[in-house]
Design a protein around this ligand. Structure first.
Ligand code: GLY
Length: 381
């Protein structure tokens, strides 16, 4: 980390939620300044850090030392990296560790990691001693632009992903863009799908900016912190606006699920893990959502083509995998997964469709034959 990076100013995005309001700090070198950022929201000089086996060797020691220098005692727990840690046994183990460390109501839980750590640590914080505060320190692009903001926490069960959880807002989010340098390119691209989502669902200008700048932003040679920071800040501002308007997803927040109904079906079919990352499933899902919208006559076909072309150009998948662990993937298999979606209301699946790039809307009125035709065409393509 260079001296100039630690001196760059951070951008602060506010999430206005009354008594539960908090700030998202985005910028370079923020891990080294974490103690100063955290101190105003600590009620005791004590934190419990939750991290995973990938992140711990990279950042845990330096992060804990930064806190120690400011007189903040830090206990920690390291969970195995990966989605499998978001389950009841790991939650129980984590809560037992927090209690064994004699965490008190004033002890701040710190989630240092990607989406799995944020969801698991946030859930643990929301039930420990009937609820303690937590801070998100997201270390992946996906968690910096989406999962660390908005207070969704939870674990997976045999019945599906994120089916047990809480809304528990963090007290602070610290998104250090320097940590993205250690992110494998595939993970960076998967996070980029969620960045692109904000353009597609509500900001055509941002989408056009991404079309012009994504290649430079994501390339290993030219990767630019300023471009990345601008993309992260714009994404967080969009998410903050939506969460402030609809914290518990009674309406507009559901737009954040653009591409996710298709995406979750694909993830369920492929098995959660390396075969298809969440962001990759969302990329395919957003492409399908635009193709479905065009097929239903809601959206011009050239917009759907533009979505697929850009996502493919940056290196994201836009077509469903033809084969999965159960053999050939069919439209019927994916539709069966969709009918189990947790966003079902009165037995109908809610889709996020689009009128054009930058103008998404919710629909529970998608005829099964049109859905099937969209999926069949995509699987053949
Ligand atoms: N990731 C979707 C949401 O936070 O609502």
């Amino acid at each position: 980390m260079t001296a100039s990076s630690t001196q760059s100013p951070a951008t602060v995005v506010a999430v206005p939620l009354g008594a539960r309001s908090y700030d998202i700090h985005v910028g370079r070198g923020l891990l080294t300044r974490a103690a100063a950022l955290m101190t105003p929201v600590l009620s005791q000089k004590r934190v419990f850090i939750v991290t995973d086996s990938n992140v711990a060797p990279l950042y845990l020691e330096a992060f804990s030392q930064t806190l120690a220098k400011a007189g903040i005692r830090a206990d920690h727990a390291i969970v195995p990296a990966g989605e499998a840690s978001k389950d009841f046994p790991h939650l129980q183990h984590l809560l037992d560790s927090m209690l064994a460390a004699k965490c008190e109501r004033g002890t701040m839980i710190v989630a240092l990691g990607g989406g799995v750590i944020g969801d698991l640590a946030g859930f643990a914080a929301s039930v420990l001693l009937r609820g303690v505060d937590f801070i998100q320190v997201p270390t992946t692009l996906l968690s910096q632009v989406d999962s660390s903001v908005g207070g969704k926490t939870g674990i997976n069960t045999g019945a599906g992903k994120n089916l047990v959880g809480t809304f528990h807002q963090p007290r602070l989010v610290i998104a250090d863009t320097d940590v993205l340098a250690s992110l494998p390119r595939r993970e960076l691209l998967a996070g980029y799908a969620e960045v692109a989502k904000y353009g597609l669902l509500g900001d055509a200008k941002f989408w056009a900016w991404l079309e012009d700048n994504a290649a430079a932003m994501l390339s290993t040679d030219t990767r630019s912190h300023d471009l990345l920071r601008r993309a992260i800040v714009t994404s967080c501002e969009a998410k903050a606006r939506i969460v402030a308007a609809d914290e518990k997803e009674g309406g507009v927040r559901a737009l954040l699920n653009l591409g996710h109904t298709f995406g979750h079906a694909l993830e369920a079919e492929m098995g959660y893990g390396d075969r298809l990352l969440h962001g990759e499933a969302v990329s395919i899902g957003m492409t399908l959502a635009f193709e479905l919208s065009a097929r239903l006559g809601h959206c011009p076909a050239p917009d759907a083509s533009r979505v697929a072309a850009h996502l493919a150009a940056v290196g994201l998948p836009t077509r469903p995998p033809r084969n999965g662990p159960r053999g050939a993937v069919t439209a019927a298999m994916l539709m069966a997964h969709m009918s189990q979606d947790k966003k079902m209301k009165d037995g109908a699946v809610t889709f996020v469709l689009a009128r054009r790039i930058g103008d998404a809307f919710l629909s529970r009125d998608v005829p099964a034959p049109t859905l099937e035709a969209t999926l069949t065409a995509a699987l053949a393509g």
